[in-house]
Design a protein around this ligand. Structure first.
Ligand code: AMP
Length: 374
């Protein structure tokens, strides 16, 4: 199945060719025909599966076709996503795929001044990508009306719940027209999420790709048993092994992330930390530097790193093991993308043994243990 066979219109096909997307990913092959048919979707998929294009392409296409029938430039599609990074990334995808169409889109999120966002909104946009808090804020200030929405995407619903956005979402839902297409995505489907999905979807088609544990089969997973005090030394040793390698290091806490970055800088290893306490500009700068390889090592907390898409990231290090086993899968899923080889190395101390057990149970295998020698 090619994109052409999925009846994608020429200007989008051109953009996809430029991005060297030769074939649709499984979720794209499943979701695009359903969405172009104006059906609702319940998607069980995580990032890294090509999920963004699976919803962005049909939305662009439908809006372009609807616009030809002479509609105004009101907001016709709303994409709600939990983090700023994810919002920016989705916006970039729209820039890429809609490059040869007249579609206008804009992204809004909190933590920065609203002026540049409201300026863009006032010029008129077809697609709005938003985090829940800033969306409600700008709705209250009358910069945004959701009256013309015909496509609504709720992305990463399970994370929305984890991050406490459920009340915001419940306030946004009644503001949307009843007659609309709804796309609901979540990596996991706990009962609360399933209930929420049921309450907002109309006779949805269920689309499921690669359950959490099988997407990481291409990643070589290793671990070290180390004491807490030894973690810093081991990290420096590993990072000094190959001084060219880009490495994403996960820390459980913001404070921990800062401490690791400071220690690495003392050891002469170029690094930066990215977490929720940093300003949006600082986070974006750190990310851009890491992507362009100006900084070799990025230390991130889970929320800040959520959905970050870095091409050809060879190594992920779990400096701390996550509390929630699914987070391990999300973390190491940053590497080994698009068929590239990926390696993950996790540090586990005495206090983290239970977390390790839970992770191994989830992924259904035992992580290979490496011996740490001073
Ligand atoms: P996502 O799951 O939306 O975060 O996408 C993961 C990565 O896959 C992104 O880097 C996309 O640019 C890339 N991607 C999406 N669709 C395709 C495709 N059909 N062919 C190649 N790469 C793709």
């Amino acid at each position: 199945m090619t994109f052409k066979e999925l009846n994608i219109i020429e200007p989008i096909l051109k953009a996809l060719t430029e991005k060297e997307y030769t074939l649709p990913t499984p979720i794209q092959a499943q979701a695009i025909p359903v969405l172009l048919n104006n059906r609702d979707i319940l998607g069980c998929a995580q990032t890294g599966t090509g999920k963004t294009a699976a919803f962005a392409i049909p939305i662009i296409q439908q809006i372009i076709q609807e616009r030809e029938s002479g509609k105004y430039r009101d907001i016709k599609a709303l994409i709600l996503t939990p983090t700023r990074e994810l919002a920016i990334q989705i916006d970039e995808s729209f820039t890429d795929y809609a490059k040869y169409t007249p579609l206008r889109h804009c992204v809004i999120f909190g933590g920065v001044k609203q002026k540049s966002q409201t300026d863009k909104l006032q010029k008129g946009v077809d697609v709005l990508i938003a985090t829940p808090g800033r969306l409600l804020d700008l709705i209250n200030q009358k910069y945004i009306s959701l009256n013309s929405i015909s496509h609504f995407v709720l992305d990463e619903a399970d994370r929305m719940l984890d991050m406490g956005f459920i009340h915001d979402i419940k306030r946004i839902l009644p503001l949307l027209p009843r007659d609309r297409q709804t796309l609901f995505f979540s990596a996991t489907m706990p009962p609360v999420i399933a209930t929420l999905a049921k309450s907002i979807l109309r006779n949805p088609v269920k689309v499921e790709v690669a359950p959490v544990s099988s997407t990481i089969d291409t990643i070589k997973q290793y671990m070290y048993f180390v004491e807490k005090e030894e973690k810093k030394r081991l990290l420096v040793k590993l990072l000094n092994k190959d001084k060219e390698l880009s490495v994403l290091v996960f820390s459980r806490t913001k404070h921990g992330a800062n401490k690791i970055a400071q220690h690495l800088c003392k050891e002469g290893i170029e690094s930066d930390a990215i977490h929720g306490n940093k300003s949006q500009n600082a986070r974006q700068r750190a990310l851009t530097n890491f992507k362009s390889r100006a900084t070799r090592v990025l230390i991130a907390t889970d929320i800040a790193a959520r959905g970050i898409d870095i091409e050809q990231l060879p190594l992920v290090i779990n400096y701390d093991l996550p509390e929630v086993p699914e987070t391990y899968v999300h973390r190491i899923g940053r590497t080994g993308r698009a068929g590239c080889e990926g390696i993950s190395i996790s540090f586990c101390n005495k206090e983290e043994k239970q977390q390790l057990k839970d992770i191994q149970k989830l992924i259904g295998k035992t992580i290979q243990v490496l011996k740490y020698q001073e």
